[in-house]
Ligand binder design. Structure first.
Ligand code: HEM
Length: 272
């Protein structure tokens, strides 16, 4: 793939040329307003960091990209999935501040406390619970967009494969999170789910032993599910989203299938 040149800074981000008589602070009468002071301070801090890290080049590479003609709202489904994940991460942190993975009533009681007593607890829990379903719906819609637009083809096969792993991990988030309220429904449904996993070929029995943290459903099972739900899978998802976005930026977004390369010669490469 030929290397695309870094696009220039958008006009709004380019420094404005000084007008004659201006002393450099922008208002032309020789005084500086507090807002200008604050803006200059912020620019100095950003410049200081950028001089040492050159991060602005990376941000421009990621955000100011050329996209093919004809893209539409269906192309926002990947970003929507990412925001659903961010919602899960932020609300999950607040839930973790109150949740206790204790099988002798503590887990159920902490979830009851979050719902009934904690400040905005019911809202945060609902955002996390509904957000989980929203993320799963969005990820399937995004995958359908990629499939029906043929965006999984060369050179984007690896982006698709990483996506498949992201899909499995997202479903595993739903499965491990379901046990955490530790009520009758979540307890028995998880036993059924773990047993179904156990019937899988070759790795099935090992997988169900791993999930139960032993041959029987016991006190450590809840801790195992909590650790997987709160640390292992979110870490993997965050890292894989990073790899997914890197590939999307490097390869560029694919053009919709109805844009013909013959009619748009400059798209011939972007449409591979
Ligand atoms: C946590 C889950 C996911 C996130 C956050 C995510 C994010 C994104 C974003 C932001 C884009 C660029 C814009 C767009 O096309 O919507 C994208 C593109 C892409 N995604 Fe995902 N994605 C996820 C899951 C998946 C899944 C499950 C698959 C397929 C199995 C997949 C395959 C792809 C492919 C092949 C592209 C390139 C599309 C193109 O160039 O037109 N992604 N993803």
């Amino acid at each position: 793939m030929p290397k695309l040149p870094t696009p220039p800074l958008p006009k709004t981000l380019q420094p404005k040329p000084k007008r004659p008589g201006q002393n450099g602070n922008g208002n032309g009468n020789g005084t500086t307003t507090p807002a200008q002071h604050a803006a200059e301070g912020a620019i100095t801090v950003v410049d200081w960091i950028d001089e040492r890290t050159s991060l602005s080049g990376g941000v421009r590479w990621l955000l100011f990209r050329k996209v093919p003609r004809g893209i539409n709202w269906f192309y926002t489904l990947g970003s929507a999935t990412m925001f659903a994940f961010l919602n899960q991460a932020v609300t999950g942190v607040f839930l973790a501040m109150f949740y206790r993975p204790d099988v002798s009533g503590g887990a159920y009681e902490s979830v009851r406390y979050i719902t009934d007593d904690a400040f905005l607890g019911q809202l945060v829990r609902a955002m996390h619970k509904w957000g989980a379903s929203v993320m799963i719906i969005l990820i399937f819609l995004h995958m359908a967009r990629v499939f029906f637009f043929g965006a999984y083809k060369y050179p984007r096969e690896l982006t698709w494969i990483i996506g498949v792993v992201l899909l499995i991990l997202t479903l595993a988030m739903g499965f491990t999170g379901y046990l955490l309220p530790f009520d009758q429904q979540s307890y028995w449904a998880t036993i059924v789910g773990v047993n179904i996993n156990g019937t899988g070929p070759f790795i099935g029995p090992y997988l169900s032993d791993f999930l139960r943290a032993g041959p029987e459903f016991g006190a450590t099972t809840l801790s195992r599910f909590y650790a997987i739900h709160m640390m292992l899978i979110p870490g993997l998802i965050a890292a894989l989203i990073g790899a997914h976005l890197y590939l999307i930026t490097k390869l560029g977004i694919s053009a919709p299938p109805w844009i013909k390369a013959e009619e748009e010669p400059e798209l011939r490469e972007a449409q591979v």
